[in-house]
Design a protein around this ligand. Structure first.
Ligand SMILES: Cc1ncc(COP(=O)(O)O)c(C=O)c1O
Length: 386
């Protein structure tokens, strides 16, 4: 390895680490590593320039996204499909407001990223939870259930998480194409949130929704960003791309009306440097994260029964099944109080997340080992009090 994946002290500088001194945070989805040195250099140079007036989205920003998706994901994005946005969630909330009316239903496959609920509910729309089928530690789509959800007269949108936070699943081409067909048949617009797409296991690839079929391409708006991949969430930079011209015109109007389409001086620069110069760093990062994942999965499955780690192929988030531990609706609270380990409670990802926990693996191997020891200690305590 030529890059350094040790973790600087983040206390006082991050939401994730805004916890008590004796607590270890493995919750909020950002990484404890510094971003790629190439990105830091580009930002440093910009800071040294010293003038921070208004800017426009430069041509290099478009080229960086287009080259990255072509090179890494086999998708040709046309320049006019792309628009800058200050974040994936600002884009999703704006698109929900533009493409649905109050009280309409937005389908989500649960358990899913909790903030999707906020984007729907805060805008007076209704989340329609379509639970993923779960058996033998594997998640899949229950297509009968999905079809019924999409057929409801008030359903007008579906938000897809591709790959899927929190279960770490990469949806294959056939699955995506089938979702596209069902949505098309029912007049449902798809938002595909692909923020985790670059954080797959080494040698595993995700499939962009827009690449799965012509239908998928024509009915979707895709949200992408370098912020998970390169640990840039605090810089607030993302993009949407929309192949279909009619959807595109409305989507671009939406994000402009909501004033989330203009970058700060660092936003485009950071994204451009990351995509143009961060490739080697990313490949090393993926190897590091993969080692963490495999270690955590094995440790939990071997040493913390009855907990089961769900085997994931993407994201740095580990989904843990606690259902063997009976009557523990607030396990994360006990684990925080007794084990000083801060995790996300599964129920915040929808009803289908009850009985699960989410653990963030994107930290040093030393922190991870410490976190797992704390998890074991807390679970042993829960078991002994049963
Ligand atoms: C699936 C998903 N979408 C969006 C976000 C947040 O995106 P942003 O910070 O660009 O709003 C996250 C962060 O965890 C996420 O997991």
């Amino acid at each position: 390895m030529s890059y350094d994946f040790s973790c600087p002290d983040r206390r006082g500088k991050s939401l994730k680490w805004d916890v008590n001194e004796d607590e270890l945070p493995m919750w909020v989805a950002d990484m404890d590593f510094k971003t790629a040195p190439e990105v830091i250099s580009a930002l440093r140079e910009r800071v040294e320039h010293g003038v921070f007036g208004y800017i426009d989205v430069p041509d290099e920003w478009y080229a960086a996204y287009i080259d990255w998706w072509k090179r890494r994901h086999g998708l040709t994005i046309e320049k006019e499909w792309l628009a800058f946005c200050t974040g994936v969630i600002p884009a999703i909330s704006s698109l929900v407001r533009k493409f649905t009316t109050p009280n309409e239903r937005v389908v989500i496959l649960t358990p899913v990223y909790n903030i999707f609920f906020n984007s729907i509910v805060n805008n007076g729309r209704k989340p329609l939870e379509c639970p993923l089928a779960y058996s033998n530690g594997e998640y899949d789509i229950d297509f009968d259930l999905l079809e019924k959800a999409l057929q409801q007269p008030q359903t007008t949108m579906m938000i897809l998480c591709n790959p899927h936070n929190p279960v770490g699943k990469i949806w294959d081409k056939e699955t995506l194409a089938k979702i596209g067909e069902l949505c098309y048949a029912n007049g449902v617009t798809v938002i595909s949130d692909e923020i985790h797409c670059d954080l797959t296991a080494p040698n595993e690839e995700y499939v962009p929704f827009a690449l799965a079929s012509e239908i998928c391409k024509n009915i979707s708006i895709t949200c992408v960003s370098p912020t998970k991949t390169f640990n840039l969430a605090g810089i607030q930079t993302s993009a949407i791309f929309i192949p279909n011209v009619h959807l595109r015109n409305r989507a671009i109007r939406a994000i402009n009306t909501d004033e989330v389409a203009e970058p700060n001086v660092f936003a485009c620069l950071a994204a451009t440097a990351a995509f143009n110069e961060g490739e080697k760093w990313l490949d090393e990062l993926r190897a590091y994260l993969w080692k963490n994942r495999v270690y955590a999965e094995e440790f939990i499955n071997e040493n913390i029964p009855p907990l089961k780690a769900i085997v994931g192929k993407a994201t740095y988030l580990l989904w843990i099944d606690l259902n063997g531990l009976k009557n523990q609706p607030h396990a994360s609270e006990i684990i925080r109080k007794e084990g000083k380990l801060v995790l996300n409670e599964g129920s915040s990802y929808g009803k289908a997340g009850e009985g699960f926990l989410r653990l963030n693996l994107a930290t040093s191997f030393e922190n991870l080992k410490e976190g797992l020891v704390r998890l074991k200690k807390s679970v042993d305590l829960i078991k002994s009090n049963r």
